[in-house]
Write a protein that binds this ligand. Structure first.
Ligand code: SAH
Length: 213
């Protein structure tokens, strides 16, 4: 199996490592070319690494396109079905949003929210051809009540805790995947299901993320 720096090589490597299991996610990864979301990266677009999009005054990354392994792990945790309505917090490049839109299909809907207005505008332009997807510039800590409720909510920046808004905006039996991270940006990516109005933790895996702001 080839592990060269091509889209196919990236997908094969994710399969061999064991993180990529579902055929639908494999199809989405092959249909949505990661290189389109990091136009300056060249073949590095297909490495299993995050790529920094913005740095803060302290030099630390405040926006990245996430590592493919992390993207796939979270999509596997999210357990998306065609027709689902999904909220993503942290659009950045728009790559994960495009994968979400592919996975929920024409009967589904994705809204993704990004606090950095310039990033939101770039992503919106890049994704303008995707009919079942909307990009909003704003603060996702309050969710996006305008389009709630959601079958799935995915947070792609590290949170210190889960704000009530995210729970409220999930349907009952809905699922939330969120990295809960500490001061050093590492933590656990937690899968919660909403059961009778409350979040029940189902599973978690180690992860690192830029923080929510
Ligand atoms: N899903 C992205 C990666 C997200 S990186 C991709 O596929 O490329 C995390 C992003 O969350 C950063 O772009 C950051 O600006 C954004 N972010 C941080 N705090 C936020 C907030 N309160 N609301 C919305 N977006 C936020």
């Amino acid at each position: 199996m080839s592990h060269d720096l091509t889209l196919r090589g990236m997908v094969d490597a994710l399969t061999v490592s064991g993180v990529l299991r579902s055929p639908a996610i494999r199809a989405a990864l092959l249909a949505v070319d990661r290189a389109r979301f990091v136009p300056d990266a060249g073949a590095d677009a297909y490495r299993d690494a995050p790529i920094v999009l913005r740095r803060g005054a302290d030099g630390l990354a405040i926006s990245t396109i996430s590592q493919p392994t992390m993207v796939v792990q979270m999509l596997e945790q999210l357990s998306l079905q065609p027709g689902h309505r999904v909220l993503e917090v942290g659009t950045a490049s728009g790559y994960n949003a495009a994968l979400l839109a592919h996975l929920v299909g024409d009967d589904g809907y994705v809204v993704t929210i990004e606090i950095d207005r310039a990033l939101a505008e770039t992503a919106a332009a890049r994704l303008s051809g995707v009919a079942n997807l909307r990009v909003i510039a704003g603060d996702g800590r309050g969710g996006y009540p305008e389009d709630a409720p959601y079958d799935r909510i995915i947070i792609t920046a590290g949170a210190a805790e889960v704000p009530d808004a995210w729970t409220v905006q999930l349907v009952d039996e809905g699922r939330l995947v969120v990295p809960i991270t500490g001061r050093h940006r590492s933590g656990r990516c937690i899968t919660y299901d909403k059961v009778e109005g409350a979040l029940i933790e189902r599973s978690s895996t180690p992860c690192g993320f830029v923080p929510l702001r």
